[in-house]
Design a protein around this ligand. Structure first.
Ligand code: PRP
Ligand code: URA
Length: 212
């Protein structure tokens, strides 16, 4: 796979360990959901590393002191429905004041092309940093389209977080949106003929919501 300057692949052992449990077909719905949320926290920790700090002053029980707090743009988390919903609480546990938008996309099973059925984001989203979340980056069609939709509405500061990516999806996303920083839990081998990631974890939406 090519190197992309906008791509960060996680190496933390906790992330790798949790993804291995996620992949296991015997992992049930409850544990799957918990793991998706925990992995989202760990990836969000990295994705928020470059948030700007501003100076403030606090008074400790001992004295007044200069201190740093997060400044700059406020965050909005945007899950791609459905499976992206599983990552939202993880990001919110690190950034509780973030707002949440939703983009509804499903992949047409024959063409594998994404079809948008829902778009609702906070009104001031153009002034915010947006983190788009979806556990799976397969062909990349859903992520590319979701980010296109945000850009068409004037959003300029966008990051994307996923748990498992196929090389095909990374190429499609990093090349379509070189200005978007992409954070990936792990990179798998390939896509199969049905557009599923191999070895992957199956259908993330079905495993989170128990629909299969
Ligand atoms: C899955 C996944 C991504 C998309 C990835 O959603 O959550 O959104 O597929 O595939 P792509 O990179 O090839 O576009 P799906 O379309 O199965 O919808 P669901 O979450 O509603 O089940
Ligand atoms: N969507 C999923 O949920 N899993 C895949 O492997 C590919 C797309």
């Amino acid at each position: 796979m090519e190197n992309y300057s906008n791509l960060t692949v996680m190496t933390h052992p906790l992330i790798q360990h949790k993804i291995s449990i996620l992949r296991n077909k015997t992992t049930g719905c409850k544990q799957f959901r918990e793991l998706v949320e925990e992995i989202a926290i760990l990836i969000a920790f990295e994705a928020t590393r470059d948030l700007p700090l501003t100076d403030t002053e606090v008074e400790t029980p001992i004295c007044k002191t200069k201190a740093k707090i997060i400044g700059g743009k406020k965050l909005t988390v945007v899950p791609i429905l459905r499976a992206g919903l599983g990552m939202v609480d993880g990001v919110l546990s690190l950034v509780p004041s973030a707002k949440v938008g939703h983009i509804g996309l499903y992949r047409d099973h024959e063409t594998l092309k994404p079809v948008e059925y829902y778009f609702k984001v906070p009104p001031e989203i153009v002034n915010r940093q947006v983190i788009v979340v979806d556990p799976m980056l397969a062909t990349g069609g859903s992520a590319v389209d979701a980010i296109d939709s945000l850009k068409q509405r004037g959003v300029t500061d966008i990051k994307f977080m996923c748990i498992i990516a196929a090389p095909e999806g990374i190429k499609a996303l990093c090349e379509a949106h070189p200005d978007v920083k992409v954070y990936v839990g792990t990179v798998d081998e390939k896509l199969n003929e049905n557009g599923y990631i191999v070895p992957g974890l199956g259908d993330a939406g079905d495993r989170i919501f128990g629909t299969k």
